[in-house]
Design a binder for this molecule. Structure first.
Ligand code: NZQ
Ligand code: ZN
Length: 384
């Protein structure tokens, strides 16, 4: 196992009715900006719960943050933060709202020319506004991590960044607020959180027994509960297990001291930026391709994944490897997600534009940094 240094400072407030505990988490004198998305929180009662909990606070609002949040909208929020002297940000929503809020927190104090450079050039941030979250969609783990992903529509880029300065101070996780999610978003959450575990697990062995066992348990739980939630949509225990699994899938714990491979995510960004696919839809297409293309380099971990998560058995290791790749793809299909580019009308002629993103950013992806835009093209070519 590699050396690591690690601190996750996010306070979790989990369970039914926990939005009522918001006021105890935010400094009483704070000027609070509540950020939210397209309005789902006004239909499912979450907005009312938040307003009631913060009745004694100075609150302001910024709505209209879209899925795959865009830089332009975030910068309008930064203007509001500055003009109203906001001192605390409260994200109420899924990963998109939380990510946008983190970017706003960082961009407010950015002292360079353009805050987009944080994403484009990795320009360092030295200060950020404090933020908290009320999570409404279990998927990204953004509520418990230091990452954010922002898109810029004019140049069709979707880019990520991470800084400990944007760890939320707290996250309120009430599984009941996820009952109102459209099925498509529930499925997206299951698949996204599963792939978060895979990206930190499916590399090569480094004798990291704790991380590996934790990862395998998380994947088993996500697969089992994910299948259950399709049939039983308002079961508290299923929602609670999925929500806590999603946070644990990307809150740094399983990723400590182990090699990681975020190539499926990064290749997937182009599919969203160019064709508007949901984040999880991109992963269901790309991951089986990465597994197939890299099955020799990832052989030992694919064998463990097959045996310990999908109960694959055979006398032949080659069969286990192939059956495991099929089991992962079958899981995505069983959740109702297409796993082929053609399922979204993407054709072979689109391949060059899909890898342009990776070429421009000069990304070298994978645990061995050997997936460049040309390799990404070969991986995508397997997915028609
Ligand atoms: O905008 P509203 O009206 O709120 O509707 C949202 C949105 O349309 C709706 N929704 C959320 N909670 C709801 C609800 N509808 C009914 N009831 C509820 N309780 O769901 C739709 C999707 O929301 P979104 O926040 O976009 O989904 P998700 O949480 O999957 O976030 C996706 C974004 O997170 C990024 C993705 O790239 C994408 O931009 N990611 C962030 C990560 C991170 N910060 O660590 C890691 C991930 O890998 C991912 O890249
Ligand atoms: Zn993801």
């Amino acid at each position: 196992m590699n050396n690591f240094e690690f601190c996750n400072p996010v306070k979790i407030i989990f369970g039914k009715g926990t939005i009522a505990r918001l006021s105890a988490q935010i400094p009483r004198e704070a000027r609070v900006l509540i950020l939210y998305g397209g309005g789902s929180i006004k239909k499912n009662g979450v907005y009312d719960q938040v307003k009631e909990a913060l009745a004694d606070f100075d609150t302001f609002e910024f709505g209209g943050i879209r899925p795959n949040p865009d830089y332009e909208t975030c910068m309008r929020a930064v203007d509001l933060v500055k003009s109203e002297g906001i001192t605390f940000l409260l994200a109420v929503g899924g990963g998109s709202v939380i990510d946008a809020t983190k970017f706003v927190a960082a961009a407010t104090y950015f002292d360079g020319e353009d805050p987009w450079d944080i994403l484009l050039k990795g320009s360092p941030i030295r200060e950020a506004l404090p933020l908290g979250c009320v999570l409404t969609l279990a998927a990204t783990g953004s509520e418990m991590n230091e990452r954010f992903v922002i898109s810029r529509n004019e140049n069709r880029l979707k880019l990520g960044f991470a800084s400990p300065l944007v760890f939320p101070k707290f996250a309120v996780l009430d599984p009941e607020v996820t009952y109102s999610l459209p099925l498509r978003q529930v499925i997206n959450g299951v698949v996204d959180s599963f792939v978060h575990v895979i990206e930190q697990y499916l590399t090569y062995p480094v004798n990291s027994r704790v991380q590996d066992a934790f990862s395998e348990s998380l994947m088993r739980i996500i697969v089992e509960e994910g299948k259950k939630v399709l049939k039983d949509k308002t079961n508290y225990d299923i929602r609670a297990n999925l929500m806590w699994a999603a946070s644990n899938a990307l809150n740094s714990w399983i990723g400590q001291g182990v090699p990681q491979d975020w190539s499926s995510h990064r290749i997937g960004y182009s599919l969203t930026a160019l064709f508007g696919l949901d984040h999880a839809q991109t992963l269901a297409i790309v991951l089986p391709g990465v597994m197939e293309y890299k099955k020799e380099a990832k052989r030992e971990k694919i064998l463990s994944l097959g045996r310990n998560v999908f109960d694959v058995t055979s006398d032949s290791d080659d069969c286990i490897v192939n059956d495991t790749i099929n089991a992962v793809e079958d899981f995505f299909l069983s959740m109702g997600l297409p796993t082929r580019l053609a399922g979204f009308g993407i054709r072979k002629k689109d391949l060059d534009s899909l890898v342009e993103h990776i070429r421009i950013m000069d990304w070298k992806l994978g645990e061995h940094a050997d997936i460049d835009w040309q390799v990404a093209r070969e991986i995508l070519a397997l997915r028609f």
